[in-house]
Design a protein around this ligand. Structure first.
Ligand code: HEM
Length: 140
């Protein structure tokens, strides 16, 4: 029963983090194409989405660590799982970096650097795809 509950939360957090990444990506690309900078309300939404993304990644780590230990008794499962953990770690690091960066620039009341945000969004998408492929391979 505990495995089912923890797995359910793991899946919920996957849906959530993916949704946040796609949602904020769509908002950003609409503004970039229109060559405009998001107004204060949209910036606030993007900031909140980034924060929710970070929370869902932390939940993924907590539930992932629990699942690995309960089901497999540790982290040495197979090499695909190791890749999944590395990519998930990089994703967590990226999310922490972006959140801190956005927090800093919004305190200074300047818009975030377009290039930094674009690279971060694209790397985030790429890493999420790697994690999902690695998960599909690891538990095949
Ligand atoms: C971005 C972060 C993550 C994503 C997108 C993700 C994705 C997934 C997916 C799609 C599955 C289902 C695989 C299946 O049951 O066939 C899964 C299961 C699992 N994940 Fe994650 N995961 C993430 C982070 C983590 C982390 C950090 C850990 C461990 C520290 C972890 C450990 C596990 C374990 C143990 C399972 C269950 C395997 C089983 O059912 O036997 N995950 N994850």
């Amino acid at each position: 029963m505990i495995i089912i509950i923890v797995k359910f939360i793991h899946y919920l957090a996957i849906v959530f983090s993916g949704g946040v990444l796609v949602g904020s990506g769509v908002i950003q690309s609409v503004y970039t194409r229109a060559n405009q900078i998001p107004d204060t309300h949209v910036s606030r939404i993007l900031k909140l989405l980034g924060y929710f993304g970070l929370i869902s990644l932390i939940i993924l780590w907590i539930t992932g660590i629990l699942l690995s230990n309960i089901i497999y008794g540790g982290f040495s499962i197979n090499s695909a799982f190791t890749i999944k953990m590395i990519a998930a770690g990089l994703l967590l690091g990226l999310s922490i970096f972006v959140n801190l960066y956005v927090f800093n620039v919004s305190n200074k009341k300047i818009p975030p650097n377009k290039t930094i945000m674009k690279i971060a969004t694209m790397s985030g998408r790429g890493l999420l795809v790697i994690v999902l492929i690695a998960a599909a391979t690891a538990f095949y």
